[in-house]
Design a protein around this ligand. Structure first.
Ligand SMILES: [Fe+2]
Ligand SMILES: [Fe+2]
Length: 193
């Protein structure tokens, strides 16, 4: 349903469980960045009223996710600490050429966001199925549902604002590229690593 071409290496869930504090820190940063992305879309594309309306709601939801994860860190006595580079995202967002029309730029950003949500959703599902801590597993199951909705939201906006046929073609190519990236990932104690 997420369209992903390559599933995460199943060993990743073990690595994540053994390093759950690192995962929570990285996850908190992912939620904070998801909220930032929504704000950034509002700043860059204010004339797209429906997008702005949905991004306002998304900022609230993602920042509430950030709070949930941050509260868990506080309870464990772990400071959030500085963000580290998300190599997955850094590589992913090089796929489409820079420039192009304003619509192209919007579509590309929406497709990147859709894919990051889809992969995050897959990772949360793995955590929800694998973690022995039942309460934490439930936490990830709930988040998985949210991220699946965000994936749909971004992909639908890309199809709505761009040329449907071209957008679907771009989405297919981006999924193929992401699968290539994923071959070298799934080995680190981070949400997308
Ligand atoms: Fe989120
Ligand atoms: Fe999200």
């Amino acid at each position: 349903m997420l369209g992903l071409k390559l599933p995460t290496d199943p060993r990743w869930a073990n690595i994540a469980e053994k390093n759950i504090d690192e995962i929570l820190i990285d996850h908190a940063h992912c939620e904070q960045k998801a909220a930032s992305t929504a704000i950034s879309l509002i700043v860059s594309f204010p004339e797209y009223t429906e997008l702005v309306t949905e991004m306002i709601a998304l900022v609230k939801e993602e920042i509430s996710h950030f709070k949930l994860v941050h509260d868990r860190l506080i309870a464990k006595g772990i400071p959030l600490g500085r963000d580290r580079k998300d190599e997955y995202v850094v590589q992913l967002v090089t796929f489409f050429p820079k420039g192009g029309s304003r619509t192209d730029q919007l579509v590309h950003r929406l497709l990147y966001a859709a894919l990051i949500e889809a992969r995050s959703c897959e990772r949360f599902r793995l955590l929800s199925e694998h973690l022995e801590d039942a309460e934490l597993a439930k936490f990830y199951r709930d988040l998985m549902v949210s991220e699946a909705n965000h994936y749909t939201l971004f992909l639908n906006f890309a199809r709505q604002y761009g040329n449907r046929v071209q957008v679907d073609e771009k989405w297919k190519k981006l999924l193929d590229y992401e699968a290539l990236l994923m071959r070298n990932l799934g080995t680190k104690e981070s949400i997308h690593g």
